[in-house]
Design a protein around this ligand. Structure first.
Ligand code: ZN
Length: 314
């Protein structure tokens, strides 16, 4: 009886190994049991477990290589449908010809995410300011970032989108750890999935010491291993270029920004033009440009509110 059982297993295994021999050999002789058969959607980092935070071991955080996501399509005709229910411009200057008519309310939006808005820096942040223009004006990055976040909040409020102003206080420095701690705490108790948006303006290398930079354009950063971050970054980058028509520096990863690295939710960081480019920085002072940039962020948010991260986890 025992012998019968042993024979049974012998036959079983011999038939398995026999079957294995019939399969065509794999191209490489690497001692890997399972060779992936499908091409992965992402060219790099495919062997890293996808995650949206930045709780990667530090040794994995190589920051010396910047990967520029060249697949970002320059938006043209395939622009996703914009919100047609209301104009982009705030209706501040309504004429008084229609006194107190019941307002045509837009259909209530069903919130999908909680958008955590990080206004990058505070008035105690060192540097982060342009040289002065001839008329004495100067761009302070923290002020620009906050102006964009303020405009975004007004718009999101009107649309019924959930958001949170991460650092309402102005009299602060970078407080990066606090920003992350606040965001992660919020994420832990939020009934909605959260997304982290950090808003900045860029500084390029000075052409001459103390002078302006010739760097220009807009780029959006995501954390290297965050698949959703990459998708979100591409959507924001698309809308930012569409609205401004500025130089497209694409979605990027490889620089482990602290807030991208340590947040526990999908996170991106937009660099909206170079404040130390004499021409571009000057535009960043203008109300009109700021509105375009804020609207681009809101349009990206509305696209994601509508479609989620659909089609990404391929
Ligand atoms: Zn910044």
């Amino acid at each position: 009886m025992l012998q019968a059982i042993i024979d049974f297993f012998k036959n079983l295994f011999s038939s398995f190994s026999g079957g294995k021999k019939e399969t065509p050999p794999t191209k490489t002789s690497a001692p890997v049991e399972e060779v992936p058969t499908t091409e992965d959607a992402l060219p790099e980092i495919v062997d890293v477990e996808p995650q949206d935070g930045a709780d990667m071991p530090l040794e994995d955080l190589e920051e010396d290589v910047v990967l520029v996501d060249v697949e970002v399509e320059v938006p043209a005709v395939e622009e996703p449908p914009k919100d047609t229910s209301e104009p982009n411009q705030p209706t501040n200057n309504e004429t008084s010809t229609e006194p107190d008519l019941p307002k045509e309310t837009t259909p209530a939006h069903t919130p999908r995410y909680l958008w955590i808005l990080d206004n990058g820096h505070g008035n105690k942040t060192k540097g982060k300011r342009s040289p002065k223009w001839e008329d004495g004006k100067q761009l302070l990055e923290y002020e620009f970032n906050r102006a964009i976040v303020k405009k975004m909040m007004e718009s999101l409020e009107a649309k019924g989108v959930k958001y949170h102003n991460l650092v309402p206080e102005e009299n602060v420095g970078n407080i990066l750890k606090k920003r992350v701690a606040r965001a992660n705490a919020l994420n832990a108790k939020s009934e909605f999935p959260t997304v982290y948006i950090s808003i900045h303006s860029n500084a390029g290398p000075e052409d001459q010491p103390g002078n302006w930079s010739s760097a220009e354009g807009i780029e959006t950063w995501y954390f290297r291993t965050s698949l959703n971050g990459r998708k979100i970054a591409k959507i924001f980058q698309k809308h930012l270029i569409y609205n401004t028509n500025w130089v497209n520096r694409n979605a990027r990863t490889g620089m482990a920004f602290y807030v991208l690295k340590h947040t526990s939710m999908p996170a991106i960081l937009t660099e909206n033009g170079f404040f130390n480019n004499k021409k571009e920085g000057r535009k960043l002072l203008e109300e009109e440009t700021r509105q375009l940039i804020a609207d681009a962020h809101v349009n990206a948010i509305m696209e994601i509110e509508k479609y989620g991260f659909k089609g990404f986890q391929g």
